[in-house]
Design a protein around this ligand. Structure first.
Ligand code: ATP
Ligand code: MG
Length: 355
């Protein structure tokens, strides 16, 4: 793959004079290209295994970023800008069938790897809330770039099939874990039914709300915009909050085998919700306000189910570092969910105090 050749297929301002890899992203391959005009660009090879329909995904990104541009003071810095290919499409397909896309490099920005202080959690919440606020009047349906994402009804279809197939012969040793899942099945389906029935409204969801997916202004230190828009879709925006809390507000890392360390940190929870709700409380529906505190439980449950299902399937989806890794992940996230269940009333009180 010759990135210097690939970048020539895009409508840059000037000609590219260098293309260099940037970091080591989990999903895509990312490069920085510099043009002779001095402008810099982000070039990415999109991961086809995760995103089967890159053209539809890029259409989503263009629709969402165009909408945001119409509403902000500095449209080139407050959202991504997709640079089209020379044929006008928002991506370019190479001879090997790989898809590439280019965005403007947002200068004077920085990212943080992890949210480890309440102040960063607050900024992360602000960033997500602001993104949702800018898109609160966006009503076009978006393509479903990953099928069944956060749809627990679909996950149970997969789950029931996994248990029935019992590919790795592990089901017999997992009675406790399986009944843990089953005892909460109906409660989780009831939540999802509110999405299906429109009680919880469809909004634009980001679906990868970790802190490194927000750019901060290097000069002011304030959160600037959401990036990494590959996974934008239409769903309940509560799940974006739930997923953020699952990672921001855990006392420790996702697969900590020392379960005594696992649990929700209320200082991080409160800070995130403070930032988030300061941006969204005026337009969230009553049903969203009512169910906001439940979303972290729903998302953590889904994650437990997915880890356990992968263990049952013989470790085919998540990369494992040791044989019991998926079982440890399962139990670690079970512990997190149990601490959220125990703290649910407190989470609801925190939400109520911020509305
Ligand atoms: P990951 O899976 O780790 O989230 P990814 O492959 O999805 O990574 P991105 O999140 O899109 O890739 O980008 C990786 C990093 O590149 C970002 O965290 C950010 O530091 C930088 N970056 C991406 N787009 C821009 C941009 N338009 N301007 C400036 N920096 C950017
Ligand atoms: Mg990212």
């Amino acid at each position: 793959m010759d990135t210097a050749e690939i970048i020539r297929n895009f409508a840059l301002d000037g000609n590219a004079v260098s293309v260099k890899p940037l970091g080591d992203g989990f999903i895509n391959d990312t490069f920085v290209a510099v043009a002779d005009s001095g402008r810099r660009y982000i070039l990415q090879r999109k991961n086809k295994n995760i995103f089967p329909d890159v053209p539809a995904m890029m259409d989503n990104i263009v629709a969402v970023t165009e909408h945001i541009k119409g509403k902000v003071a500095d449209p080139m810095r407050e959202t991504l800008t997709v640079v089209p290919a020379l044929d006008g499409k928002p991506y370019w397909e190479d001879q090997d069938g790989e898809f590439w896309a280019v965005t403007d490099f947002i200068e004077g920005s920085k990212t943080f790897d992890i949210a480890d202080t309440p102040d960063l959690a607050r900024q992360g919440g602000l960033g997500l809330g602001h993104f949702q606020a800018l898109l609160s009047d966006f009503h076009k349906p978006l393509a479903e770039v990953i099928k069944g994402f956060h749809n627990i009804r679909w996950r149970f279809v997969q789950w029931d099939a996994s248990i029935a197939a019992d590919k790795a012969g592990r089901v017999k040793d997992l009675a406790t874990e399986i009944s843990w899942i089953e005892s909460r099945r109906q409660r989780m389906l009831d939540f999802w039914k509110m999405v299906e029935d429109g009680i919880l409204p469809m909004r634009v969801t980001h679906n990868d709300t970790k802190l490194s997916n927000f750019l901060f202004d290097a000069a002011t230190g304030k959160v600037l915009c959401a990036i990494d828009l590959d996974t934008v879709m239409s769903s309940t925006s509560l799940n974006d909050v739930g997923d953020a809390i699952r990672s921001y507000a855990n006392n420790t890392f996702e697969d900590d085998p020392d379960y005594s360390k696992v649990g929700i940190r209320f200082d991080m929870y409160e800070a995130y919700m403070q930032g988030y709700l300061s941006e969204v409380k005026d337009f969230l529906s009553d049903s969203e306000k009512e169910w906001l505190a439940f979303a972290p439980l729903y998302i953590t449950y889904e994650q437990v189910l997915r880890f356990l299902m992968d263990y049952i399937d013989g470790d085919v989806y998540y990369k494992i570092k040791y044989p019991e890794h998926n079982l440890v992940r399962t139990r670690s996230q079970e512990t997190l969910l149990e601490s959220m269940e125990a703290g649910y009333d407190r989470m609801k009180e925190i939400v109520a105090s911020l509305l």
